[in-house]
Design a protein around this ligand. Structure first.
Ligand code: COA
Ligand code: ZN
Length: 312
């Protein structure tokens, strides 16, 4: 399999990132950051989720956020939804695309949406009806697709079973979510090959967290399997409030820097993106894990007299 020459990056910081922050971020700040991402050339943004505002109060303003986003550049604006009620709210607000989610493991699905896996899947038929009526495409995301923090290893056949169900329901793609950073290159290869064989019509998107420091290594494993869609979060913010030990997503600037160095196109201006990430760090008010926003791209040079000369 050859590596793709072009990759689509979906920025999920406004959803996966902001959902885990204790302090509420003002709606106007969220809108300003998303509009800066769009200026940087980010082609897709998961701007929020339409879940229960009691479960995730941080994202209760999803419709107001969408209303403030600059849509003049045709950026695809994706809403995460758990059920028919969320789908109806997202369609009413005018989201371009919906993304439903279910976990591959029963315990995480119960923690996350208070349903069994089969109950979640059954509920997606109503989501599809609402989306089809509105002409809105739906992606299906599988959380804990590389392992569950409560149950451990997740059988690849279970991931295939859920993806197959997504296809039967008429969804347009499958996202593999590494909710707590349990993916490894061999698991990425195994899961991608299984899905490419079982549901070849569904494009795969990979969603890694950098919990164990191998998020970008997993991206390279995905590229080698021909996968050309990745999700990441500005400044490396992110994590699931309903999973033990969840930490940040792979960082968008670090991902774009890697793809640039591999000669893979993203259409994103890395300098502008690093500016957005530094602004995110200011808003959050603590150091965030992103590295390229601090170091700059590889050829970001320094004047020789900035540093003293070592003398013995
Ligand atoms: N948006 C807004 N309100 C919703 C909703 C949605 N998508 N889905 C359900 N509700 C409301 C119901 O209307 C009901 O309100 P009421 O008590 O005022 O009548 C209440 O929530 C309970 O509904 P129910 O269907 O019994 O939900 P639940 O309590 O079993 O919770 C979820 C299920 C899915 C709504 C909830 O667990 C959830 O929002 N989880 C999201 C978790 C998440 O975002 N994780 C991170 C992303 S991976
Ligand atoms: Zn995530």
């Amino acid at each position: 399999m050859t590596r793709p020459s072009k990759v689509t990056v979906t920025e999920v910081g406004p959803r996966d990132g902001f959902q885990i922050e204790h302090d509420l971020i003002p709606t106007a700040t969220k809108i300003a950051l998303i509009n800066q991402l769009i200026e940087a050339g980010v082609p897709r943004v998961e701007f929020s989720s339409f879940v229960s505002p009691r479960a995730v109060p941080q994202l209760a303003d999803a419709a107001e956020v969408l209303a403030g986003i600059d849509r003049s550049r045709g950026t695809e604006l994706v809403a995460l939804v758990p059920n028919a009620k969320g789908a109806a709210r997202a369609v009413e607000a005018g989201a371009d695309e919906l993304c439903v989610f279910v976990s591959a493991s029963e315990t995480h699905n119960r923690k996350n949406v208070n349903r069994t896996v089969e109950e979640s899947l059954a509920g997606f038929a109503d989501v599809m009806q609402i989306a089809n009526r509105a002409g809105t495409p739906v992606h299906g995301a599988i959380a804990t697709a590389f392992g569950c923090p409560f149950e451990g290893d997740v059988p690849v056949a279970q991931v295939g079973h859920i993806a197959h169900k997504f296809r039967e329901l008429g969804m347009v793609g499958v996202n593999l979510g590494d909710t707590t950073g349990m993916a490894t290159p061999p698991l990425v290869v195994e899961r991608c090959r299984h899905l490419q064989e079982r549901v070849p019509e569904l494009p795969i998107t990979l969603h890694f967290h950098n919990t164990r420091g191998i998020g970008l290594v997993n991206v390279v494993a995905g590229l080698d399997e021909g996968v050309d869609r990745y999700e990441s979060s500005f400044a490396g913010l992110g994590g699931c409030p309903f999973a033990a030990g969840a930490t940040g997503n792979i960082c968008t600037e670090d991902l774009v820097n890697l793809l640039n160095e591999l000669g893979i196109e993203t259409g994103i201006d890395l300098d502008v993106l690093c500016g957005v990430a530094r602004r995110v760090e200011e808003v959050i008010g603590r150091p965030l894990p992103g590295q390229v926003m601090k170091a700059g791209p590889r050829l970001h040079l320094h004047a020789a007299d900035e540093v003293q000369t070592a003398v013995g």
